[in-house]
Design a protein around this ligand. Structure first.
Ligand code: ADP
Ligand code: GLC
Length: 508
């Protein structure tokens, strides 16, 4: 809570570039809202590798009416080239092997505050947030994301912005995992929520990196940051954060079992037993509206989807497919083992032999990219593949397709199936994680119980059957499009988690 002194100090500093001159009454009412620092390695306004970027853009916006929520992100080239003017508001010293950085203050187009960690030697590179264009992780990712974590800890306690400090930090995945550890080692008791978007990415590094990251030797322990002889950023986040969330209820249960726990199931079971683990499903934002999405070739609604056909024709043309009346299947995915790309490739001949067509967009592991190119060569006119990613093309594919193939081996939440549903394309998906929580089998999509080719093909056959009945297809499409997909309910669950974490911290 703010004291009068704090307010006066704020008024005295009003010459800083980002301080809007407001009447004191307004300043007071703004400042009564709690301050949340949302720490992330991706935000789709500027850069994303997958769903984390989309959630990082949408969730803070869903919460901004209730909190003063601000984003912290590394100053990658893509961020700095798009964010517009950034005011430098602080310089933070280096520590251990972590170089110094500055903190930039910027705003998204719709006025969300973004703090940017400015450190060109770490972030000014061609490539994704995590690696080069060939998909190789950067060698200094430990330093790059320790820099993010340390900056977060500094901003939280007022060293980054003289006008602001955080009541709570919301961390996301391993890149921000060290934040809560740094806070704990410094004796700063600010509540921290860590959201696990994907337990399979843990940020593992060799033990010899400890000194350069300022990690005390005593913390390299099973009760600390150690994971089978390595340093794990994600484990640090789980161990030191006040509360853990993940992105669906089913995944929250799954990760407490050895099969899905990636070696952290024991620790996560303890969190669950202590009431420190919750599953909160992601939403999708309002831009996913087929009646007014400017990316689409033609708009449509749940009541009138003539426009869907125009999008299908566009997809067929742009993927070199024959102009058929048969079912069109889409794959929009990172091309990695998790997503069951191999299963989709193996199922292709069944689909094609029954008059179906497949359009694939994505990039990822080279072996899958190669296999997909070969698949397209074997089925000219029936399978079209584009290696790469374009948001506009992806939206047209969700809009134009009849089915989305999503045979993920595991799926913490999954956004693609919700985008597809919203655009009247029925997902055919493995019953796991968020797919199990968002798809009702035979109602708004199709689910299969184990990630085997046989079960997947069974589900595809059921889809093909439904396609033959106009009445059934119409009912399922409408159910999918009308399913509530927004952020409201999930945002209020995050509010409950925030409030609980603040209460627990205040009582400690
Ligand atoms: P994940 O985050 O595991 O990739 P999600 O279903 O949560 O899975 O989110 C996928 C989102 O990322 C969708 O919006 C999809 O269109 C997009 N996407 C898919 N492939 C790529 C890619 N290669 N690069 C960037 N975004 C992608
Ligand atoms: C991860 C998960 C995906 C989830 C996304 C956003 O990338 O793989 O299932 O939807 O994060 O939370």
């Amino acid at each position: 809570m703010l004291t009068t002194d704090h307010l006066e100090a704020k008024s005295a500093c009003l010459r800083l570039p980002h301080a809007a001159l407001k009447p004191l009454s307004q300043v007071v009412s703004i400042q009564r809202r709690q301050s949340i620092l949302f720490v992330t390695s991706e935000i789709s306004d500027y850069v994303k590798a997958g769903g984390l970027g989309e959630v990082s853009a949408a969730l803070p916006r869903a919460l901004r009416h209730h909190y003063d929520v601000r984003i912290l992100i590394p100053g990658y080239r893509q961020v700095l080239s798009q964010i517009g003017p950034v005011d430098v508001i602080a310089h933070l010293p280096g520590a251990f092997g972590i170089p110094p950085c500055s903190i930039g203050y910027g705003r998204t187009k719709d006025g969300l505050t973004v703090y940017v960690v400015l450190c060109s030697e770490l972030y000014d590179r061609e490539g994704s947030p995590y690696g080069d264009d060939a998909g190789r992780d950067w060698d200094d990712n430990d330093i790059r994301f320790a820099r993010l974590g340390l900056a977060a800890a500094d901003i939280a306690c007022g060293k980054g912005d003289p006008l602001w400090r955080a009541d709570l930090l919301h961390l996301n995945d391993w890149p921000s995992g060290l934040t809560s550890a740094y806070l704990s080692w410094r004796g700063q008791h600010i509540p921290t929520i860590l959201t696990i978007h994907n337990l399979a990415y843990q940020g593992l590094f060799e033990r010899d990196r400890l000194p350069r990251l300022g990690i005390p030797d005593a913390a390299f322990d099973i009760n600390g940051v150690e994971f089978h002889g390595k340093l794990s950023f994600l484990k640090a986040g789980i161990y030191y954060s006040s509360h853990i969330t993940t992105v669906s209820s089913t995944y929250a249960h799954e990760i407490t079992r050895p099969e899905f726990g990636c070696g952290l199931d024991g620790l996560l079971r303890t969190c669950a037993d202590q009431g420190r683990l919750d599953g909160i499903i992601n939403g999708i934002d309002d831009s996913w509206d087929p009646s007014k999405d400017p990316s689409l070739v033609s708009p449509f609604t749940a009541g009138n989807w003539r426009g869907k056909r125009a999008n299908a024709t566009h997809v067929r043309r742009s993927f070199g497919l024959a102009l058929s009346q048969g079912p069109l299947f889409a794959v929009v995915s990172r091309l990695v083992h998790q997503k069951g790309v191999d299963l989709a490739i193996s199922a292709a001949s069944t689909i094609v032999s029954q008059g179906g067509q497949i359009a694939v967009i994505g990039r990822g592991e080279e072996r899958f990219e190669r296999a997909l190119r070969e698949l397209a060569m074997h089925h000219p006119g029936s399978v079209g593949v584009r290696i790469g990613y374009s948001e506009q093309e992806a939206r047209r594919m969700y809009a134009g397709s009849d089915f989305l193939l999503m045979p993920s081996r595991f799926e913490p939440c999954g956004l693609s199936q919700m985008y597809a549903q919203r655009f009247g394309s029925l997902p055919i998906a493995h019953k796991t994680g968020g797919l199990a929580d968002t798809i009702e089998d035979g109602v708004n999509g199709f689910l299969f119980g184990e990630p085997s080719l046989r079960r997947f093909i069974d589900a595809i056959e059921r889809g093909l059957e439904a396609f033959k009945s106009r009445v059934r297809l119409k009912a399922m499409r409408q159910a999918a499009m009308n399913r509530p997909h927004g952020w409201d309910r999930s945002a209020s669950r995050y509010r409950e988690v925030y409030e609980r974490a603040c209460r627990v911290a205040a009582a400690a």
